[in-house]
Structure formats: structure tokens, C-alpha cells
Design a protein around this ligand. Structure first.
Ligand SMILES: C[S@@+](CC[C@H](N)C(=O)[O-])C[C@H]1O[C@@H](n2cnc3c(N)ncnc32)[C@H](O)[C@@H]1O
Length: 296
């Protein structure tokens, strides 16, 4: 398996978290541990979450030394459940585990996207699955079968910004056999889309929309932010990295509400974006927006 993931806005995120040596930080989205590694190098102790078991298994293997030294605890759980998971951990370890900062690097990792059989990618041909956590019940192919045409149109529009949602949903429902693979869906969309942007696969937006729906990504973020805020100590910092408007909008509104209620202050008046150099080196970073906030 390809285990390479280039961490986005790595230095900016670590800098903003203002690491205090030997204090505890949460990496809510461990992935391949790029941010976690830098946090530990800066002196932090880290509790890291990921709901993808492949990420956790990779972490156990690669961070053996740090785990043995008590610098890293890995938890296979969704970040919407981080409050409950931390309470359990505190009881198990009989430690206060005050949390000085929390990082969210939303979305998918490159290994998830590149693995054809997990169904996230329109390259190659794999089962149309798209679950980041295989304990989740509904796959992308189930959605195409179960969701009526009208709701599919809304899903492709709302979560993917797909302008040709209507035609695509109609074509999906008109198939004599259910679509079950990424290749079938990608070639159907390619065959009917009229407006195609050079360099962007015609199926990009529909794949994004299905991924967001399968993993309830926006609900996860909506639940995780208040949980993160409640477990954060005073003056603690939350850093988020969002990759599309749906994610960023939830963060922006939640941060604003805390600020209006004088519970927190924003550290990034405008979201930080990657430099041209970072975008050239890592195309995936191009849509990233980083926001940071301090609890007061
Ligand atoms: C962009 S990657 C993180 C990359 C990581 N920062 C690094 O540098 O290697 C996002 C990770 O978050 C995980 N993830 C996404 N949504 C999650 C959720 N609701 N709960 C837990 N993990 C989640 C994904 O499985 C993926 O591994």
C-alpha cells in the first residue's frame, strides 16, 4: 500500500498551536502522522484519533518508539466522539490530561484516495465503497441505489457543487443494473457531462459529494467542534484545516459564535492558505484554508 501523505500547512499549523513542552495536544485526524510527528518533535505529548483502522495500524507500526515513550496515544475512533473517548482515557490512566491544543486536518489522506479498492478514486476500478471507517453501514453504491433521484440531485449539488447534477442523477437511475464500481460511475459521468474543465476529471464533484454523504463528514465536524472546545483548557488553541466550502463554513460559523459570546478569540483574522510553493509541491493543498482560535 502507498503510505505517502504530504501534510498540508504543516509548519503554519504547528507554529499556531504554540507548543508547550510535555503538555498534551490532540491530533483529531492522524492520517499518516505528519502533523503528529512535528507536534512530538516540538515537545508535545499527543492523543491522536483516526477512524480509519489502516491509519491506526500504520501509526502503531511507525511510531512504536513514541508510543513506548508515552509521547503518543492512538485511538481508533471518530473525532465526533473525542470527548467521550478522552473521558475514558482519563479514567483508564487516572490522569487529568489537560488539553492545550487540538488540530483538525479534515478530509481524506492520499493513501485513502489512492487505494482503488476503497472506492474514493475515479482512477482505476474498485468497489464503490468510500467508507473511511469500515464500521459505517452505508457505502456509496448503497446511496446510488437507495436515494431517490430528486435527493441525489440535491446531494450532488449541495455537497459537490455539481452543475450537471440533474442529468447525472437521471442517468444513474436509468441504468438497467445498479452501479457498483468506481470505473462504472466515472465513465458514465464522463460520457454525459457537457462542460468539462481541463485537467479536472468530470467525476470529481460527484465523487466528493458521495464521499461527504457516506461519511457524514459535515455532521462529524459540527459535532466535533463543540466537543473539542469543551475539553480544551483555558488559553488552549484549536487549529482547523478545511478543503472545501462546506467544511470551512461550519468552522467559520462556530468560531464566530464563540467569539460573539466572548468565549474565544480568533488568531487568524483571515484564513491562512498555502503558498504558491506549497501548491506547486502538493497540488492537493490548493484549496486548503486554515483557521485558528484561542479559548478565553
Ligand atoms: C487529511 S488526512 C490527515 C493527514 C494528517 N494530518 C497527516 O499529516 O498525515 C485526514 C484523516 O482524518 C481521518 N478522518 C476524517 N474524518 C474523520 C472523523 N470524523 N473521525 C476520525 N478521523 C477522521 C481520515 O481517516 C484521514 O486519515
Amino acid at each position: 500500500m502507498n503510505n505517502t501523505h504530504i501534510s498540508v500547512l504543516l509548519h503554519e499549523a504547528i507554529e499556531l498551536l504554540k507548543i508547550k513542552p510535555n503538555h498534551w495536544y490532540i491530533d483529531a485526524t492522524f492520517g499518516r502522522g505528519g502533523h503528529t510527528r512535528k507536534l512530538i518533535e516540538a515537545g508535545a505529548k499527543v492523543v491522536a484519533f483516526d477512524w480509519d483502522n489502516e491509519a491506526i495500524e500504520y501509526g502503531k507500526e511507525t511510531f512504536q518508539k513514541e508510543i513506548a515513550a508515552g509521547q503518543l496515544i492512538l485511538i481508533h475512533e471518530s473525532f465526533s466522539k473525542l470527548e467521550r473517548a478522552l473521558t475514558k482515557l482519563r479514567q483508564e490512566l487516572n490522569q487529568a490530561l489537560a488539553i492545550s491544543g487540538i488540530l483538525f486536518d479534515f478530509g481524506t489522506s492520499t493513501p485513502q484516495l489512492m487505494s482503488a479498492e476503497r472506492g474514493f478514486s475515479f482512477e482505476g476500478d474498485g468497489d464503490l465503497d468510500m467508507r473511511m471507517d469500515t464500521r459505517l453501514g452505508v457505502t456509496a453504491k448503497d446511496i446510488l441505489i437507495l436515494v431517490p433521484e430528486k435527493q441525489l440531485v440535491e446531494l450532488f449539488r449541495d455537497y459537490g457543487g455539481e452543475e450537471e447534477a440533474k442529468g447525472i442523477a437521471k442517468a444513474i437511475k436509468a441504468q438497467s443494473q445498479p452501479i457498483t464500481t468506481t470505473g462504472q460511475l466515472a465513465s458514465l459521468i464522463s460520457s454525459i457531462k457537457r462542460r468539462v474543465r481541463p485537467g479536472i476529471h468530470p467525476a470529481t464533484k460527484v465523487f466528493q459529494a458521495l464521499r461527504i454523504a457516506v461519511n457524514s463528514e459535515l455532521d462529524e465536524i459540527g459535532q466535533a467542534l463543540p466537543a473539542a472546545f469543551s475539553i480544551l483548557e483555558k488559553n488552549g488553541i484549536i487549529v482547523t484545516i478545511a478543503f472545501h466550502d462546506g467544511e470551512d463554513r461550519i468552522v467559520k460559523h462556530q468560531f464566530k459564535s464563540w467569539e460573539n459570546n466572548k468565549l474565544a478569540e480568533s488568531i487568524t483574522k483571515k484564513p491562512l492558505q498555502p503558498t504558491e510553493t506549497e501548491i506547486t509541491e502538493n497540488k492537493r493543498s490548493r484549496s486548503a484554508k486554515l483557521r485558528a482560535l484561542r479559548k478565553i
